[in-house]
Design a protein around this ligand. Structure first.
Ligand SMILES: [Zn+2]
Length: 632
């Protein structure tokens, strides 16, 4: 998954990425032939709730346990999807009710399984329920009668104990003018009824369905059929707006990946949301990864140029997940435990390699220039510095669902990518430029592939055996160990250095690539204010001083600081990212009990930054290594 998001403490759009992928564990019973008849009627919506019926076929005697997932692959957090279902009922073959006991948020029990014919329950959507705020919108459900339905089925359909390998035949009655988009296998389709087949519970999670008006485009990348479906509430954006950008980028990705990609089709489901929905989710936007599709949710009010940029950014990351974890993953991922967090130690690869390649391919395929690539890596070094640099990456990975690891999760996109950059440079150096880390991943994908997991604690030995002892030293010291990585010494091998320079800021309200100039501060009277914590060149020239309390921002009173107002605040400050240098801005601040008005133009705000740049005096050997690293 990749998400663009705003935290509660940090009022700035941030880039985050998480994956959603995985497989189901083998069932413990031999009932492999069981098919769960699943029925959803999209026409029968009441209070944004849908009725779901699951008819699992005969059970042997004894108790039946029904689960909704708590954890889904790749989000690295507990979501408790059981919260979104209610009124769970069980019936026997004579349509008489059976007793259902709710044991836990995600677990229901029916004592006499032999009598059970079917269960029914109501599903609430996440887009306007209170609990729904805690789920990522791209992993959530949106039920808007006759208009749009985003069906992330892990929030709607559960599984039976012992039945994660059973198939699901999903019958959906739909309004006649809405069309489904999904990578789930279609058995039949009419204007008002669709039947899909999910081979096992894994596919229920892995193949979301978007029912919307028929706005889509498709193109082929050699043998991959790529489709994009768009839902835009006001019709402001069309699928055709994004075709050229997506096609150009994905063609370059396919060239970069070579044989390592075996996907036959790839579907992009893009749902654009309203301002209220964006606020409901506290500003969270982004994409959730699946094996052969991705769900992307952005704010509809973004201009087409920004949407193109964000879409390129998230889809390039998501599509590289078809390399890992799709084709290279451990047993913990393959036999995923949906109700306890049992995690692999290889987040450095699932997210780190994915994010690194999503940047490297752009310079290698000449979509960006070398300086742009260095800028991205230097941003990652700055971002990584805000997390615990001594937390061993493998330990963080296995314990990621719990603190203090969970709050370091975002570092998988910063330090995780940088770990891969260093490994890439080491392998290029040791091989005389002949191969890099992509070659290692291609070989692993060939050996393992979609259906064969590796053993979690044997992957590093295998990678070292395929490469050089220097790779093993690096992993031991900087990935499994608690030593911070000296990036400078690795970059210098390739004739690249880290120096201090001024860097243009994306917004006047920033102090560095993502820290805002204001932060919440509680006064002696207990009021929570937004206080100026630091200045950049432009803020200083406009007349701000540290400690000023911000009251009015371009004519808008700053609302009281509360969780509820966070979305509104993010939107208010978010506009600053699209300002041009000649934009006039006005602020009102309180300083020593006095109200002051400060105004000026946005200008060019800069901040001192660690700059990565090619060395002027690089040796021919360093230049050769750099060229092999970036362009081969
Ligand atoms: Zn990801």
């Amino acid at each position: 998954m990749k998400r663009l998001f705003t935290t509660r403490t940090n009022l700035v759009l941030l880039l985050l990425i998480v994956i959603l992928q995985g497989c189901a564990t083998l069932g413990l019973t031999s009932k492999k032939s069981n098919t769960i008849e699943t029925h959803i009627d999209l026409n029968a919506v009441e209070n944004d709730q849908l009725l779901v019926t699951l008819d699992p076929g005969p059970f042997p005697a004894g108790e039946v346990t029904f689960y909704m997932p708590s954890v889904i692959p790749g989000t690295y957090e507990y979501s408790d999807f059981g919260r979104f279902i209610s009124d769970v009922k069980a019936f026997d073959k004579k349509n008489q009710p059976l007793e259902v006991v709710k044991e836990d948020t995600n677990i229901w029990k029916i004592a006499n399984g032999k009598q059970l014919d079917r269960i029914t329950y109501l599903v609430d959507d996440t887009f306007d329920s209170e609990d729904g705020k805690e789920v990522y919108p791209m992993g959530g459900t949106k039920i808007e009668k006759d208009e749009v339905y985003l069906l992330n089925l892990h929030a709607m359909v559960g599984y039976f104990k012992g039945g994660k390998e059973w198939s699901y035949r999903v019958t959906i009655d739909s309004p006649a003018d809405l069309v489904p988009f999904s990578s789930m296998e279609s058995v039949s389709h009419t204007a008002t009824k669709d039947v899909f087949l999910a081979g096992r519970y894994f596919n229920i999670i892995d193949d979301p369905i978007l029912y919307t008006n028929d706005d889509s485009i498709s193109f082929t990348l050699e043998d991959i059929e790529v489709s994009l479906a768009v839902y835009s509430p006001t019709g402001a954006h069309k699928a055709a707006d994004f075709k050229d950008t997506l096609e150009k980028m994905m063609r370059a990705q396919k060239r970069f990946l070579g044989d390592a990609n075996t996907t036959k089709s790839y579907d992009i489901l893009l749902l654009l949301m309203s301002m209220e929905e964006l606020q409901h989710y506290g500003g969270v936007q982004g994409a959730l990864e699946h094996h052969t599709s991705t769900t992307v949710v952005f704010y509809e009010g973004l201009d087409t140029a920004s949407l193109k940029e964000y879409l390129t950014d998230v889809v390039s990351h998501e599509f590289f997940h078809t390399l890992t974890p799709l084709n290279v993953h451990s047993e913990q991922v393959h036999y995923f435990n949906y109700n306890e967090g049992v995690m692999s130690e290889h987040l450095w690869m699932y997210e780190g390699t994915t994010e690194y390649f999503a940047n490297l391919f752009q310079v290698q395929q000449k979509l960006i220039d070398e300086d742009n690539f260095y800028g991205r890596m230097s941003d990652k070094i700055s971002s990584a510095s805000r997390y615990d640099d001594t937390m061993p990456f493998t330990e963080m990975s296995t314990k990621i669902v719990d603190e203090p690891y969970q709050s370091n999760y975002q570092n998988v996109y910063y330090k995780g990518a940088l770990i891969n950059m260093c490994l890439d440079i080491i392998i290029r150096e040791q091989s005389g430029g002949a191969r890099g880390f992509l070659a290692v991943m291609q070989a692993l994908a060939k050996k393992y592939g979609v259906d064969t997991p590796f053993t979690d604690n044997q992957l590093f030995d295998e990678i070292v055996a395929m490469t050089y002892p220097e790779v093993g030293d690096f992993i031991k010291t900087y990935v499994q160990g608690n030593t911070p990585i000296p990036y400078k010494s690795f970059l210098e091998k390739a004739g690249v250095t880290i120096s201090n320079s001024d860097k243009k800021l994306q917004s006047i309200i920033l102090l560095d690539s993502r820290t805002p100039f204001i932060s919440s501060k509680t006064s002696e009277e207990g009021n929570v204010d937004l206080a100026v914590m630091g200045l950049n060149n432009r803020l200083a020239e406009i007349g701000f001083q540290e400690g000023d309390l911000l009251r009015v921002f371009n004519g808008t009173e700053i609302p009281e600081l509360s969780k509820e107002n966070m979305g509104a605040l993010n939107m208010l400050f978010g506009t600053s990212f699209s300002w041009t240098p000649d934009q006039e801005v006005t602020f009102e601040v309180d300083r020593d009990g006095e109200r002051l008005t400060l105004s000026g133009t946005v200008g060019i705000a800069v901040a001192p930054a660690k700059g990565i740049a090619a060395m002027d005096d690089a040796t021919p050997a360093q230049i050769a290594l750099r060229n092999a690293w970036l362009y081969e």
